[in-house]
Design a binder for this molecule. Sequence first.
Ligand SMILES: Cc1cc2nc3c(=O)[nH]c(=O)nc-3n(C[C@H](O)[C@H](O)[C@H](O)COP(=O)(O)O)c2cc1C
Length: 317
Amino acid sequence: MEGVIDSIFREILTSIGGIDQCVTEFFRVTDYQIIPDKVFLRECPELLNQSKTKYGVPVFVQLLGGHPELMAESALRAANLGACGIDVNFGCPAKTVNRNDGGATLLKFPDRMTKILKSIRHVVPRNIPVTAKIRLGFDTPEACIRNAEAVAAAGITTLTVHCRTKTDMYKPPAFWEWIPKIKERTQLNIIANGDIWSSDDLKRCYEITGCDEFMIGRGAIANPFIFQQIRNPDFSVTWENIGPLLPIFFDSSAKLKSDFFAQARTKQWLSMISKKNEAGRELFEKIKAVQNPSEFRMSLCQAPPVRPADRRCLAPI
Ligand SMILES: Cc1cc2nc3c(=O)[nH]c(=O)nc-3n(C[C@H](O)[C@H](O)[C@H](O)COP(=O)(O)O)c2cc1C
């Protein structure tokens, strides 16, 4: 997730376990240049580790853009650097991205989606999977059928569907019920995405979609132990699980860039955690206004008072 789940976050999440696969933040391929090697390696250092996190979880490289040849050349470059898979983003709703012919805007032009995917599939060696991610449509959910068919027409076999339109942005609910309709019309292997915040959500998503693969974004940021909970319903998440991850995240981010970067990223994460966890909320309220990174770092280690009632995640909001 762009601006959120970077290589440090991937390392922390995959250290917990329960994740089968990660995808990088998107690399935006503009009309001017192929993504340079150094950019791929900076944002996806896992490429130097057989495209896996330190904990052995494969990381796909995600590309976004509207120019078939430049997308293909960038994909080939990522493959040559060792990417174990290429994912193509047709879901990003950001204005700058859409204005520059990338992300969800391409959902208006399914033929172009096919062309982009075909040219990527054509150059990337067959043993490296190429996958795609869509929203249902740009402004109408019915478009998901045509968009999924456009993906299948390029010889792609796996598609992640974020079950909203671009116009829906991130407004709940996610409309999982479109996935069975896509499955009726294509042979695609579908990964269901959108609004899975708990193991109960995942169960409902499974019942509605029949999918056996799921992508979880914000739910994993708010509760990094969600994958454990899904795999083991008796696993209960306490602040003692989550709290110690914060200083680790801060220190790794500071090492990678700077203390101020680390502070901003850790505040961003804690703010997401605070939406689902009472102890996290208390800590966030206490330290959100702290300006000095060293003071902020120290406060991360002062565990908030954890009462028995805090020892659970809040219900999804
Ligand atoms: C801040 C932010 C950044 C995101 N960046 C990406 C991205 O780089 N690539 C991508 O495929 N999806 C991206 N997404 C979308 C999520 O991957 C996901 O499809 C969406 O949030 C719905 O799933 P969720 O309810 O599990 O979060 C982003 C979402 C957010 C909120």
